[in-house]
Design a protein around this ligand. Structure first.
Ligand code: GLU
Length: 514
């Protein structure tokens, strides 16, 4: 086995949909490993049966498939260190818990949940906090206070017990974090964490350390919320006499306003997803929005996440996955949290949208056109339209707002624009303009433009007046790309029809009531 090999893992608990903070953690693991030719594992930490949520594991797998983070080993890929689902590794952990008892680093505790609750309450009534630690453990029912006979008799009677870590009473330990540097902690503030539960399952702490060791994980890169567990984890490695991996705790993703962790509620409140894919809660049926369903491109999503907490050290903002792998380094991950910026997320999507080919975008847009019962969904036509409007869109869905008039005649006319731009002379001018258009055989944008400009000049008409009125009839509003491009695209017949229809709808200025 190559002991210098970089091996990282992403180890989610399938307790619900994966937050984008979790996707970012997985991404940084991936980038870190791939940059150094290492491997990344997907391990499912499902030892807490009470928190099991149906569909959550599949959601995690689907989310990574969508955004292009590929694992070398894991629940789907398999691999030489499997199984990769902790519930399938149940039999492995007990031995390690007993090893720690034998080496004096852990002990049996027989206190029932009810007993501990009572102690906790009585402490609270005296405004004190109960911590199961080096001082308190002396007063409680555990293998450190019971006699050998009492202990044996309880064990013989199959009395339920947990195994707790024997946290040193008062010693300074030095921890190292790749992002935060050296951290000093006194064990006096820590409690005797449960390692093994009475239901025969390990807790997160034990299973996590045992698996990281057995799976030869070299670097643990995870969210900052796990930093408080680091002292215990380091002490567990020492207790087992195992080499600890390197640790990096990533700063939080913060609310757009700055303070506090980005939560689902912020997303609902400000109208952006905090999950990669849409999630339907299996119990309540509640639906949470996802980046995929909201129209984000996976590469834009990944690019946006990569820059939330890491920076390349220069102005470059657009990176595909290979470029991220190339540019990534842990030294450039910031120490403080990064504010999530929904506008920037949309900006990234726009940047990716405009670089996609018109044909590709047309393929994605045609189903939307079909859902709107548009008759002309010819892919060449659609691709040409997209080329003309994509600069204005952030999402595929937006393209409709910017291009509907290429596909359907306006049903209504923007009242503000009518009020401002449909003048006394407009009806007659548009009528004249229609006659001019009727005479044009070469109905291309540049030819129409040349002929109409000459006509405007010769008749001493106002270019602005004519063009705005003409646009109103064709588009229904004062928006859209170059008008001659639009009429050339929709063709002569449709252009003439829209003028007829508009003249009827808008009529002479004095006859409309506005
Ligand atoms: N199962 C833990 C979680 O849900 C893993 C934490 C870690 O990476 O050590 O985040």
């Amino acid at each position: 086995m190559d002991h210098n090999k970089i091996r990282v893992r992403f180890a989610p608990s399938p307790t619900g949909p994966l937050h984008i903070g979790g996707v970012r953690t997985a991404l940084y693991n991936y980038l870190f490993a791939k940059k150094q030719g290492g491997e990344i594992i997907l391990r499912i930490e499902d030892t807490d049966q009470n928190r099991f949520v149906e569909g959550a594991e599949q959601y995690i797998i689907d989310a990574f498939n969508w955004c292009g983070i590929k694992f070398d080993e894991g629940v789907v890929e398999g691999g030489p260190f499997g199984p990769y689902r902790q519930s399938e590794r149940k039999g492995i952990y007990q031995k390690y818990a007993f090893d720690l008892i034998n080496s004096g680093h852990a002990y049996y505790a027989f206190d029932t949940g009810k007993e501990l609750d009572e102690i906790r309450k009585s402490y609270e009534s005296e405004k004190k906090t109960f911590i199961y630690n080096a001082i308190e453990r002396k007063k409680l029912r555990n293998s450190l206070t019971l006699s050998q006979e009492e202990l044996q008799s309880l064990l013989n009677k199959d009395t339920p017990f947990v195994i707790r870590f024997k946290m040193p009473a008062n010693s300074d330990i030095i921890l190292n974090d790749l992002i935060r540097g050296e951290i000093k902690v006194n064990t006096g503030v820590l409690d005797d964490k449960i390692l093994f539960k009475s239901d025969g399952m390990p807790t997160y702490h034990l299973a996590n350390i045992v698996d990281d060791h057995l799976m030869e994980v070299s670097h643990v890169i995870r969210g900052e919320e796990w930093l408080p567990s680091l002292p215990l984890h380091k002490l567990l490695y020492d207790a087992f006499d195992w080499k600890a991996p390197e640790f990096a705790h990533l700063p939080l993703l913060l609310k757009p306003e700055g303070n506090g962790k980005l939560s689902k509620r912020d997303g609902d409140r400000l109208g952006f997803p905090v999950f990669p894919l849409q999630w339907k809660d299996p119990k309540s049926g509640e639906i949470s929005s996802g980046y995929r369903e909201d129209g984000y491109f996976p590469d834009a999503f990944i690019n946006m996440l990569a820059l939330l907490g890491w920076n390349p050290g220069d102005e470059k903002e657009l990176f595909n996955m290979d470029e991220l792998v190339e540019a990534f380094s842990m030294e450039r991950v910031g120490k403080s949290g990064s504010k999530f910026d929904p506008d920037k997320a949309r900006w990234f999507n726009h940047q990716y949208l405009i670089t996609k080919t018109d044909d590709y975008l047309a393929m994605l847009f045609i189903p939307i056109l079909k859902s709107k019962k548009v008759s002309n969904t010819d892919s060449t036509f659609v691709a040409t339209v997209i080329g003309m409007v994509k600069e204005r869109a952030n999402f595929i869905e937006d393209i409709w707002d910017h291009s509907s008039f290429f596909f359907v005649a306006p049903e209504s006319y923007d009242p503000k624009a009518v009020k401002k731009r449909w003048k006394d002379t407009s009806y007659d001018e548009m009528h004249q303009l229609k006659l001019v258009l009727e005479g044009i055989n070469d109905f291309t944008s540049s030819n129409i433009e040349t002929i109409l400009k000459t006509w405007i000049e010769e008749n001493e008409l106002g270019t602005g007046l004519v063009m705005n009125a003409f646009r109103l009839l064709i588009v229904g509003a004062l928006k859209g790309p170059h008008l001659f491009d639009i009429v050339a695209m929709i063709g002569k017949d449709e252009t003439l029809n829209r003028i007829d229809k508009g003249l009827i709808n808008l009529g002479r200025k004095e006859t409309i009531n506005i």
